[in-house]
Design a protein around this ligand. Structure first.
Ligand code: DC
Length: 223
């Protein structure tokens, strides 16, 4: 399947939604089908949280977190399929879904200055390629002008069960409350986004539903 962007050389498809809604899986498969790079913005917030915990910094101590942000080097790239991130030369990918990071990432990602630094890096991806980016504020803040926006939702019990089935300890309800209630760039349905209820879809039917939404939003997709 090929995608022909209409006017701009590179474009972004924004996939937002709460924890464990299935947005990463949909974003990854969409990117694969459309030949685009999938960017996992949550991994960036998780990687910064990993560094905060590594340095024994209190995630609620904004000043200490910001001082750390000023001295670390964050390299964002991709492997041709998905985004990659390294902090001071180390890729912490294997550790990003730990219980400790699940429990602290909402606090770190609520700090406005952390967000503005990571948003710059997120926007930077468009200089090199068209992307499918998933997160919480992609359609509302990172790429508000993109016409391609999907909000993936699913019932809370379904989402909690997905995390447990994946062997993860993650209080999705608590994290959603923090992510939706914060002052800066809260989780919300972005203006122009179409909601995809992923409570009862199979993976394949969810991707088909996402493709239908993108076609309705004007993305030219050749079968
Ligand atoms: O998508 P995820 O569960 O891996 O994201 C981890 C956390 O990162 C999430 O609880 C809130 C934060 N996040 C954010 O604030 N903004 C984004 N665009 C992506 C993630």
């Amino acid at each position: 399947m090929n995608t022909i962007p209409s006017t701009v050389p590179h474009f972004a498809i924004a996939i937002d939604g709460p924890a464990a809604s299935g947005k990463s899986t949909i974003a990854r498969l969409l990117a694969e089908r459309l030949g685009l790079i999938m960017v996992n913005s949550g991994a960036m917030y998780r990687a910064v949280t990993w560094k905060v915990l590594q340095e024994n910094i209190d995630p609620h101590d904004n000043a200490a977190v910001l001082a750390m942000m000023d001295r670390i080097r964050i390299d964002c790239g991709h492997d041709g399929i998905t985004s990659t991130i390294a902090i001071d030369g180390i890729n912490p990918e294997e550790e990003l879904r730990s219980e400790a990071i699940n429990a602290n990432v909402s606090a770190v990602s609520a700090i406005p200055e952390v967000r503005s630094k990571l948003i710059c890096l997120q926007r930077g991806y468009l200089q090199h390629s068209s992307i499918v980016m998933e997160g919480r504020d992609i359609g509302s803040v990172v790429f508000p002008d993109t016409p391609y926006k999907i909000y993936v939702d699913a019932d809370e019990e379904v989402r909690a069960a997905r995390r447990t089935d994946a062997g993860e300890v993650d209080s999705v309800a608590k994290r959603d409350a923090a992510d939706s209630g914060r002052k800066t760039a809260p989780l919300m349905v972005a203006e122009g986004a179409t909601i995809l209820d992923n409570s009862h879809h199979t993976i394949d039917s969810a991707v088909e539903a996402a493709i239908d939404i993108l076609k309705q939003q004007g993305l030219e997709i050749l079968d």
